[in-house]
Ligand binder design. Structure first.
Ligand SMILES: [Zn+2]
Length: 401
């Protein structure tokens, strides 16, 4: 870590705190205020209404190749969509924006749907080998609020599940207020801790409030909708071969370098059910396939490295050795899906739409690495140990703004 970098970090931290403590002391010249607004602008990302319109257009222009369905509704009644393209027997489920302040994945999915619905020979080849199911913007209430949590109160959960009347609200229930959000007046849940590897689980009061190393409960309509699509695919195809979840993170460096991370990836969300640490998941030992998750990650990584020396090759591993069974990735990995996490740099509330073109492109290229690897079958011959050669992320030091 260079001294220069450290100084920059300290300055920006101080700047941020002075804004927090006393906005009046933040020397808000017009110019400065303008720059700030620009930095946090998000209008280049699409709203739920625009998503609805865009999906309709894609459905129509693809002449039947892309089929769009409403598969559920958010707690505030917004449509949750599933777009299916291809007729191959390998199934790839792609999901975006389960955190509403993590928006590049939705744009990348729309681009991919448009391309795969076209008449190009590449698209035809992919469609014949795989079935791609995209669920863009699965937490639209959070999207509209540009925040992580959905828009739902604990009393609404109890209305849906009266057996929880005596239970404490789950640990992932947000009621705080900070400079970005007011969950106090408008509470919500981290939907990506509401999954359970038991896809038929029904909420029980003794399983609350619980904590991050235990499964979730499917108390939110958004997680229920994703679960229902997953179960439907398992019924129709026997298994969901691949599940990719598209997120954003803070701003970090590639370990041991001065390069800013563009994207972190991972295939590790729960301890291997065959290991001592993973013994609590032993009932999933036969379905879990950690090696395949590693192969898929390497396929994404290699596709990006092929772009040569550019931001596209600043790809790192997300922190490893996690135990997060309440995430969609953790739950679905236990059910046998090869699982891949994408974490694009910069949360939208603090990073805005900076570098949006480049960051959407990195997601698109990484996803094609996986899709092409499944289509050609090459992914199955990747040495999973290559996963461990992907650089780590230096998370001790973010580069702020
Ligand atoms: Zn996220």
């Amino acid at each position: 870590m260079s001294r220069k970098k450290k100084m920059t970090y300290v300055c920006s931290t101080l700047l941020l705190s002075s804004v927090l403590v006393s906005p009046a002391m933040a020397a808000p010249s017009e110019q400065r205020a303008e720059a700030q607004t620009q930095q946090y602008a998000t209008s280049a990302f699409i709203s739920h209404a625009e998503l609805s319109k865009k999906l309709k257009q894609i459905d129509k222009s693809s002449q039947g190749q892309v089929q769009v369905d409403v598969v559920g509704y958010s707690n505030q009644g917004r449509e949750i969509y599933k777009a299916t393209v291809g007729s191959g027997d390998k199934v790839i489920l792609l999901q975006s924006e389960i955190h509403g302040n993590e928006k590049t994945g939705t744009a990348a999915l729309l681009k991919i749907l448009q391309q795969l619905g076209s008449n190009s020979p590449e698209a035809e080849k992919i469609r014949s080998e795989v079935t791609i199911v995209a669920m863009p913007m699965v937490n639209p209430d959070a999207t509209e609020l540009n925040r992580r949590g959905n828009d739902m109160s604990w009393s609404e959960v109890v209305e849906d599940f009266p057996q929880l009347a005596s239970a404490s609200p789950s640990w992932n229930y947000y009621t705080y207020t900070n400079q970005y959000w007011n969950y106090a007046s408008n509470p919500g849940f981290d939907v990506n801790r509401d999954f359970n590897p038991d896809l038929d689980y029904e909420p029980q009061p003794e399983d609350f409030p619980n904590n991050s190393s235990n499964p979730g409960w499917y108390i939110t309509p958004e997680a229920q909708t994703v679960r229902d699509v997953y179960k439907g695919l398992m019924n129709d195809y026997g298994k969901v071969d691949v599940f990719v979840d598209l997120h954003h993170q803070g701003e970090y460096y590639v370990e041991g370098t001065d390069d800013k991370v563009t994207l972190s990836i991972s295939g590790d969300f729960i301890p291997d059910p065959d290991s001592a640490e993973g013994a609590k998941y032993s009932e999933y030992a036969d379905t879990y396939d950690g090696e395949f998750s590693k192969q898929l990650n390497v396929a994404a990584y290699n596709a990006l490295q092929e772009r040569g020396n550019s931001p596209f090759d600043n790809i790192t591993l997300y922190p490893q050795n996690l135990d997060l069974p309440g995430t969609a990735l953790g739950s679905f990995a236990l059910n046998g899906s090869g699982a891949v996490l994408f974490e694009v740099t910069g949360q939208t509330q603090s990073y805005g739409q900076k570098k949006i073109g480049q960051l959407v492109k990195v997601v698109e290229l990484g996803l094609y690495g996986i899709i092409d690897g499944i289509t050609s079958g090459d992914v199955y011959s990747i040495n999973p140990e290559e996963y461990d050669d992907i650089p780590l992320t230096d998370r001790d030091q973010d580069y702020g703004h």
